[in-house]
Design a protein around this ligand. Sequence first.
Ligand code: NAP
Length: 436
Amino acid sequence: MGYKTMSAKFAIVGSGPAGMYAADALLKSLPDCHVDVFEKYPAPYGLIRYGVAPDHYKTRNTSRQFARTFNEDAVGYYGNVEIGKDISLDELKEHYDAVVLAMGAYNDRKLGIEGEDLDGVYGACAFVGWYNGHPDYRDLNPRLDQDGVAVIGIGNVALDVCRVLAKTRVEHEASDICAHALDAIEASPLTNLHMFGRRGAVEAGFTPKELGEIKDLERCAAIVDAAQLPDDVTGDFEGRERGIKEKNLNLLKDLAAQDKPEKPVKMNLSFYASPKKILGTDRVEGIRLEKTQVVDGRALATGETFDIPCGAVVTAIGYQTSPPEGVPLDGGTVANENGRVEPGVYVVGWAKRGPSGTIPTNGPDSRDVVELIIQDVAASGMAGGAAIDALLAERSVRRVTFPEWEKISEQEFARAKAPQPRERFTRVDEMLAVLS
Ligand code: NAP
């Protein structure tokens, strides 16, 4: 298998889990190939750095495995190089035997309701990016100056956002939340977090481990109304999925039965409520929701609405991909057939199948696409990185190599104030200054 592809050169756009699992699979299948991984900002690892919640610090350890891949001679890291701006997709196609798109889904889906453009409405990409120090969202300065925040969606991202906002400085000690975000959260007069699901507890996207994490927070009580919970999990769920639903339901019942502890912050989990309008004139002042009924798994509007005052709304309702220009879209993902986009171009991860699953879910997905690549592609003596280096020099683009990234990363650890493990650089010029 793979003789014709043995010494092929591959470009991977995006260094998050899907791209790195693909790099790994290419190297394992074709030990003589070469893989260059492109990333828009100096820091690698995509979702692991900018998506995973800062208090899920151990989950970020997956990046150690990917660092080993980057340290292989056959892998080049092109940090701080944006495909579509610094180098075009056509240029990658011209200089590599195949291109793998692995840029994830880094665009918030829209609610499509009135008031969504008001000051104080944030998509989860932006909001999570803010507390995780993503350069695009460093200056988001979300409106946390009121006592209420509403989060739309009942998946793990919504839980992450609520939990990060609910935790105290002490609870964040072992996390690598950025200082600017922790200061803002601590200064916020927040007393009410609202999480709204348009369907019920059984249909919720969150998972038991994450749900369990909101039970014993220092300053925040999770409030669940027992009347909104079904007695049992009914419906067409089997095996592992049914197990997750049952555990979720039991945890929610525990939360509903908990003596309501007198804590200054309440996290209200409400089901059967669909956002109808975001209220306010210049900025968010509240949200109007419509009560729903779930019939055959679908949320149906009842016409009955209620308003909740809040100063900010975070939508955690899923993501869409935004590929380089010219790549065909199919809804929120890149149009593809089993990962093939066009001859020589492939897609993996959330850009291929949408935002679902955990980090390891991307392993088998990327490996399947690599199998296709090996069948399709023949090595044809492409210039690969040599051609790209020449173009970057011509365009005065400062590529960050992997050893250079490691220097930046060391500085992030060195400047953290214990017990915080790491204090990230949140601006590109700060990162580049480490290298000057
Ligand atoms: P998700 O689980 O699909 O949740 C999205 C939520 O948004 C759902 O409750 C959905 O409701 C709701 N929604 C969508 N459109 C809506 C609308 N127009 N109005 C109101 N609600 C709407 O996705 P996610 O939370 O964004 O997470 C993405 C993936 O990352 C998931 O696989 C998740 O498990 C994973 N993740 C994992 C972790 C972890 O392992 N710790 C952490 C974060 C994320 P409906 O179901 O009714 O559509």
